[in-house]
Write a protein that binds this ligand. Sequence first.
Ligand code: UDX
Ligand code: UDX
Length: 469
Amino acid sequence: MYKIPLSDQGDAIPTFRMKICCIGAGYVGGPTMAMIAHKCVDHTVTVVDINQARIDAWNSDKLPVFEPGLDEIVSGARGKNLFFSTDVDTAIREAEIIFLSVNTPTKTYGVGAGRAADLRYIEKCARKIAEVAEDDKIVVEKSTLPVRTAESVKRILESNSNGRQFQILSNPEFLAEGTAMEDLEAPDRVLIGGDQTPEGKAAIQKLVDVYATWVPRERVITTNLWSSELSKLTANAFLAQRISSINAISALCEATEANVDEVAHAIGTDSRIGPKFLKASVGFGGSCFQKDILNLVYLCEHFGLPEVAAYWNSVIAMNDYQKHRFSHRVISAMFNTVSDKKIAVLGFAFKKDTNDTRESAAIYICKDLLEEQANLAIYDPKVEVAQIQRDLGIDADNEYVSYCQDPYEATKGAHAILILTEWDEFKTLDFQKIYEQMQLPAFLFDGRNLLDLEALREIGFEASGIGKG
Ligand code: UDX
Ligand code: UDX
């Protein structure tokens, strides 16, 4: 469990006081603002959201977002210099700096459907700021946005300015869920883009000063607006590309005698390649990778670069292939039928240490197996049952899916176990006990290469991982 060193709290007390507001109390806005409030004790940070239930949860003991270390930070600052509210207008009016951290999902309608980012929430926020602001504001894009979105935000604000000055900054968030507090506390870098005019530079400096309270100055990179916006999309595209690359090789490993973990280790020791993000898996998920790459693809097409668009699109195509390849492997190993067989699904979140399921590979795999009429017994330590039902598009009384309190219940009488999220607790399960209560042959498909397959085979499991022949 990640702990924020208490000695860091307030080490460098800022010499100025400011009111900061953030619109959007989600996975990004909530943790990011909690860290700013924790580190900058003189600033007042108000996080607003139109969703009353979400704000109520932020003000309760059960936060809407599960992140190791988040509870401690929020309870330490809430009510002192960290506030959660639905009063968007007041928060905007009082703040000097306004962060936009609303969601920017892939468009589901009209031009660019399925690829372009839906910017209606960002636009609504810009119009709201124009409507209620009484003085100058610095507006910071925290949401991941297509390149040149700042232009639209700026035009909306400027055409309604009535003498007020608005500066737009881009300050993309690089935190990864599950390690958000660590990433926020010690980021590899903080990126701030803004206009290269004297006013733009002054606004950049104000935001630099906020982060410089705890981030070493050399890690705060400043660029022009467009480089900053594009860097976020590019960073996510490169990270996802590494996963798709190793997942592509995992298919080849399964066809040969190679072992993808050994290949990843061997190539990762080359300092030019590096060891991170080479873990073969059942496919990447999360709210960002697919959305941002689709967005990049759309931008490339818009700017008349079809070859570049096709190049990045293949990263997503490989990810789709990997998810369905896993389902097909399960079905084919189980004598080409899973109909009426109980399959224990361990893990539903898109990665460990989060309750987020957005784009989780588990959704796609469960849907594939439900189409084959399997009976799924799902266990995840943090994901709510109602969320799983929404993701699978099923009712509470669906007879093919049951939800379990623990892995032993899920695996009882099962024909197969699927490990779909790499939760640490799965590593220490009593697999001998589990084996004894399963149907034989007892299949185990480790979609995260988390377990010791040899040890499982010794118990008697028909165990297989990703990219292992
Ligand atoms: C979001 C974006 O998806 C991501 O691209 C960006 O980088 C950061 O913001 P996340 O925080 O994970 O990521 O999204 P989500 O958890 O959905 O939170 C967004 C919040 O904004 C929601 O609570 C929603 O109610 C709120 N919102 C949305 C508003 O308060 N006002 C609006 O007009 C729209
Ligand atoms: C990502 C980026 O890492 C972060 O910088 C950005 O701000 C938001 O998008 P996130 O989606 O929270 O963060 O998690 P990340 O750790 O990147 O994992 C994304 C997906 O890739 C998960 O499903 C994960 O299981 C998978 N993954 C990751 C792999 O399959 N293999 C790996 O080696 C690493």
